[in-house]
Design a binder for this molecule. Structure first.
Ligand SMILES: C[S@@+](CC[C@H](N)C(=O)[O-])C[C@H]1O[C@@H](n2cnc3c(N)ncnc32)[C@H](O)[C@@H]1O
Length: 306
């Protein structure tokens, strides 16, 4: 993100941590969330606004309305994840709804979260498993450390790197988890790398919405705004970019835009990577699909289950 420091200085990180220790941290997260979603901030919680300004997370001038700084955008992502995590009882995403993500299914496993962001899933999963978080954004990884300190728990192991070239040995994990992160990656490459680092019998668990769900959601969200030429063109470009992605890659997509593919395409790529879809464990959760695929145990053939 242009203009955003890769890392917070130790002094800045300490100031943010000190602010978050105050009881008003959720107000700060809410303010940043509204600005992130470009919602109007009519009645501003004064303390939160002052904190956000002091921490260089928001800016405004006589001519421009209040908005997030590039640093504020990243910090807001982390604080929003943290606020949701606390709201769901400090549990990892879908830990109750998806059988493959239940604590009993993951206990004692070596888990890699690919695209771990601020690391809230890691904070929960490390209670029952050995976890490693990987993300390309050093600032998010730094936030995992801040959140762990706030929670008074050990800082999970984090590695800065990319999913398309995982800096881990072959067959070194039992589970690779993608929570909402696969759409930001070069999907085929990330899946091949996942297959490489999984042990025979290990599982890849990927949660995201599929192409048709995503397009439906976007149309519903835009509603009548779709009649405005600017919005229509943007949405048409995003839809065309996603439809063409399997053949053209990210050529038609905005940089960093998420890409969603059909379930069928996903199964094809999983099979090509050497992973076998587990139809029994794959399920829908809310507006997303949790796709579970296994690396066959040594000596077994690779076949896709439709
Ligand atoms: C939507 S966030 C999900 C964060 C986390 N999994 C969660 O559930 O809170 C997606 C994350 O994937 C990371 N990411 C995107 N592309 C990546 C890549 N190619 N390699 C590694 N991480 C990536 C982003 O930096 C971001 O932190």
């Amino acid at each position: 993100m242009p203009g955003c420091p890769a890392l917070l200085t130790p002094a800045h990180a300490e100031r943010i941590e000190t602010r978050l220790r105050s009881a008003r941290d959720d107000e700060l997260a809410e303010l940043l969330w509204k600005l992130r979603r470009r919602r109007k901030v009519a009645v501003q919680p004064r303390a939160a606004l002052q904190q956000a300004r002091e921490l260089e997370l928001v800016e405004s001038s006589p001519d421009t309305p209040l908005r997030l700084t590039p640093l504020g955008a990243k910090v807001s992502d982390s604080l929003i994840e943290y606020a949701y995590w606390k709201q769901r009882g400090r549990r990892h995403h879908w830990s109750e709804e998806v059988p493959a993500l239940r604590v009993e299914s993951l206990r004692g496993k070596r888990i890699l979260e690919v695209g771990s962001g601020a690391g809230v899933n890691l904070l929960s999963l490390q209670r029952c498993a050995e976890v490693v978080g990987l993300d390309l954004e050093p600032l998010y990884l730094q936030f995992t450390e801040i959140l762990a300190r706030l929670e008074g728990v050990p800082t999970p192991t984090r590695v800065c790197g990319v999913a398309e070239r995982l800096p881990f040995q072959d067959e070194s994990f039992d589970v690779a988890l993608f929570h909402g992160s696969l759409p930001y990656m070069r999907i085929q490459h990330a899946l091949c790398e996942t297959a490489r680092v999984l042990r025979p019998g290990g599982s890849a668990i990927a949660i995201q919405s599929d192409l048709w769900q995503t397009l439906g959601i976007r149309v519903r969200q835009r509603g009548w705004n779709l009649l405005s030429p600017g919005v229509f063109l943007r949405e048409a470009r995003a839809a065309a970019g996603m439809l063409a992605y399997p053949w053209m890659g990210r050529v038609l997509l905005e940089p960093f835009a998420p890409v969603h593919v059909t379930g069928q395409q996903m199964r094809r790529w999983l099979a090509q990577a050497g992973l076998r879809v587990n139809a029994r464990e794959t399920c829908r959760v809310s507006h997303e699909v949790c796709c579970v695929a296994q690396k066959p145990a040594a000596g077994r053939d690779v076949r896709v289950q439709e």
